[in-house]
Design a protein around this ligand. Structure first.
Ligand SMILES: NC(=O)c1ccc[n+]([C@@H]2O[C@H](COP(=O)([O-])OP(=O)(O)OC[C@H]3O[C@@H](n4cnc5c(N)ncnc54)[C@H](OP(=O)(O)O)[C@@H]3O)[C@@H](O)[C@H]2O)c1
Length: 349
């Protein structure tokens, strides 16, 4: 269902992965022709892949172990819940749900049914992020002080139909739910997960500028203060649907240096580490590049396969707790910015 990425077809050996492999068993769509067309155009016409004209057929297929939910945001809850009830493990696109209450309800269902569940926060599993974390958490740059991160995209909002998922409030349209997860994942990696923070929640301030076209959030900024722990650090995060992304998209300042992450921040291919001397002047600069076959979504698929193989119900790197924090932050930013989804869109409130 939705946009399965051909990354799953890349031979894992090309990224030195030898312990797990992936097989696309079925594609579910609301139209069987569309499912077949997807197999033909995006999956090389593989005759072993089943085309289903309903999502229910995927949930009920005995050959399917894991379901990748890639429908618009406001359908993640019901699609994931149906999959969980059919005892299928779930990898669900970002934002994991429309709100925190929906996510909590899904996690309760996953626990009850003994199912693995993970939000598809692919950035967290990419080799660049793993290398970034080693440097950020090592202390060689001192403690983190601030994160500035932006993800914007020019969706040509004056010329696309109001029913496009980025503009339609019924589909959770706007910048925050679609783009917000990415500036946030960098704040979570650099600050929330920082050893000095010990997974302490930040305080949240949000501001929203809506588009008069449909009333969804067009330009959104939110600030997270991590000050209830040994850390005193601030994340200043933003996202927009009517302008291009900044480059570098993420700048993280530490007591003794800076890390700049290249755009696009959901799958960056390089970052720069700047080391400062005792006078605060630039002493040394290192640039790190990352290359691999595929777009970068396969690293999260490897994580899902390993977790399921090992009987885990959640990933440690992108745990349920982090998705819950994400939804708590988005609920609060929407509340402070006055962006309410239409009645009935949120299935659990
Ligand atoms: N990780 C990433 O890089 C990335 C990139 C893009 C999007 N996403 C996420 O993936 C999700 C889907 O995004 P997308 O751009 O692929 O969305 P989309 O093209 O608007 O929708 C994806 C599919 O959802 C199905 N669908 C089910 N109910 C629908 C409804 N009421 N209206 C429209 N479509 C419906 C449709 O498939 P059928 O008609 O075949 O059933 C449609 O083709 C979003 O949550 C988004 O945040 C992630």
């Amino acid at each position: 269902m939705g946009s399965v990425q051909p990354d799953l077809l890349v031979d894992p050996k090309t990224r030195n992965v030898n312990d797990v492999a992936h097989k696309i068993v079925a594609v579910g769509s609301r139209s069987v022709d569309k499912a077949q067309q997807f197999i033909d155009t995006s999956l090389g016409g593989d005759k072993t892949i089943k085309a289903f004209g309903s999502y229910a057929e995927v949930y009920n297929d005995a050959d399917v172990d894991v379901i990748y939910v890639a429908t618009p945001h406001t359908y993640h809850y019901e699609n994931s819940l149906d999959a969980i009830k059919a005892k299928k493990h779930v990898l669900c696109e970002k934002p994991v749900t429309s709100n925190r209450a929906e996510l909590q309800s899904l996690l309760d269902a996953a626990k009850e049914n003994d199912i693995f569940f993970m939000e598809a926060m692919w950035t967290r599993f990419q080799p660049l992020s793993l290398e970034f974390k080693k440097i950020s958490d090592s202390g060689q740059l001192g403690l983190p002080i601030s994160v500035h991160a932006d993800l914007s995209g020019n969706f040509d909002i004056h010329n696309i139909p109001n029913t496009h998922r980025i503009l339609d409030p019924k589909l959770g349209g706007g910048a925050l739910l679609d783009l917000g997860p990415y500036p946030l994942v960098w704040a979570i990696m650099a600050l929330y997960e920082a050893p000095a923070n010990g997974a302490t929640n930040p305080t949240i301030t949000g501001s929203i500028l809506k588009t008069p076209i449909t009333g969804v959030d067009c330009n959104t900024s939110f600030t997270l203060n991590f000050s209830q722990s040994k850390l005193a650090a601030q994340a200043v995060l933003s996202c927009s649907i009517n302008t291009d992304a900044l480059d570098p998209g993420v700048t993280i300042r530490y007591e003794k240096g800076t890390i700049k992450i290249a755009s696009p921040i959901y799958v960056p291919k390089s970052f720069v580490v700047q080391y400062l001397d005792e006078h605060g002047a630039l002493a040394k600069e290192e640039k790190k590049f990352f290359e691999y076959v595929g777009r970068g979504m396969h690293f999260q698929a490897d994580e899902v396969a390993r977790c399921i193989r090992d009987g885990k119900k959640e990933s440690t790197l992108w745990s349920h707790e982090k998705s819950l924090l994400e939804m708590l932050i988005f609920d609060e930013v929407r509340k402070q910015g006055g962006y309410e989804l239409p009645p009935g869109v949120e299935k659990v409130v």
